[in-house]
Design a protein around this ligand. Structure first.
Ligand code: GTP
Ligand code: MG
Length: 310
């Protein structure tokens, strides 16, 4: 009898949710960067474990939202949790330990505050989650026992795993547990499918990842990428045209770089990934446009499945 179900991975921004999703799936389905708020909408990844199909829902980070896009992202993250059989709350242990040791950077304190918000949210929903303490690479397990106990005592967790999504330690145990929790059901996806983002959107995400990887410090908040053309090329490959949106004219030169070097790097890296994922040659053309209000445009929300009116 086959088993199948949904597992939502929730957590503060930058906890490693997308890294874990990719690790569990065994393929790149969700983009990863060192920047907080990388994931903007729930992304599904499909992991197989014997007879069990685990549909992972990688969600945007949960934090105190201000702008419309932030509110929509946080709403979508909790929505992902509502729809799932199992919730995994992923916590950046390094940030938590830094706060406990009074050695925290502002980002660590923010992450710890977001963890508290999530605990309160879980309490309010009456749902139990699996606690996964992430980023344990380079840490001794016994340094984590206090943290583990303190969080477990909140009463919102059914069990605790200690993992490194980056190097994979502990992830097999977590995966086996998730598989065991899946209800008997037919599979939702064919066995060999790992992702279900529309190709144009996936292609835009890959380019957005490269933008963040390259200019995350100079670009304080946001850029968006839209695929404007995606068509077969006569050489058997595909021609992809994309527009990178920034919010201020002053951000355009950041993306373009001296002599166009930055944009060239972004294009090269994105093309490499896309050729691999699509398994055919990619001809990628990038444009940069300034649109102060892209984050307030209704179409953008609909395209990625976010609520505009929150
Ligand atoms: N050392 C270490 N770094 C990790 C681990 N997991 C993720 N990271 C790093 O943490 C950063 C954030 O990873 P993401 O997977 O993008 O985090 P996220 O929770 O999806 O972030 P948002 O989408 O912004 O909410 C990246 O630089 C990752 O390489 C881990 O187990 N150990
Ligand atoms: Mg993410």
């Amino acid at each position: 009898m086959t088993k199948a179900g949904f597992v939502a991975i929730i957590g503060a921004p930058n906890a490693g949710k997308s890294t874990l999703t990719n690790r569990l799936v065994g393929a790149k389905v969700s983009i990863v960067t060192q920047k907080v708020q990388t994931t903007r909408f729930p992304v599904r990844g499909v992991a197989m474990a014997g007879e069990a199909q685990i549909v992972l829902v990688d969600t945007p980070g949960i934090f105190q939202p201000r702008r419309r896009l932030d509110r929509a992202m946080v709403r979508a993250a909790w929505g992902g949790a509502d729809d799932a059989e199992v919730i995994v709350h992923l916590v950046d242990s390094a940030a938590e330990l830094a706060v406990a040791a009074r050695d925290a950077k502002p980002a660590d304190r923010k992450a710890a505050a977001d963890v508290e918000t999530i605990v309160e949210g879980l309490k309010a929903s009456g749902k139990q989650a699996i606690l996964a303490l992430n980023k344990i690479d380079g840490m001794k397990r016994d340094t984590l026992l206090g943290l583990s106990q303190r969080l477990f005592d909140t009463g919102v967790y059914s069990e605790v795993f200690m993992i490194s999504a980056a190097d994979g330690s502990g992830v097999d145990d977590l995966k086996a547990r998730l598989a065991a929790l899946m209800p008997e059901a037919p599979w939702f996806y064919p066995e060999d499918q790992t992702a279900d983002l529309p190709t144009r959107l996936m292609a835009a995400e890959i380019t957005r990842e490269k933008v963040y990887l390259r200019v995350h410090e100079e670009l304080p908040y946001s850029a968006a990428v839209e695929t404007t053309k995606f068509e077969d090329h006569k050489d058997g490959g595909v021609r992809i045209e994309q527009t990178i949106y920034v919010e201020r004219e002053s951000q355009r030169p950041i993306i373009v770089g001296k002599n166009g070097q930055t944009l060239k790097w972004i294009g090269q890296k994105s093309r490499e990934d896309l050729s691999q994922i699509l398994d055919r040659p990619v001809h990628l053309f990038l444009h940069v446009a300034v649109d102060e209000r892209w984050a307030d445009k209704r179409e953008f929300y609909g395209d990625v499945g976010l609520d505009f009116d929150v």
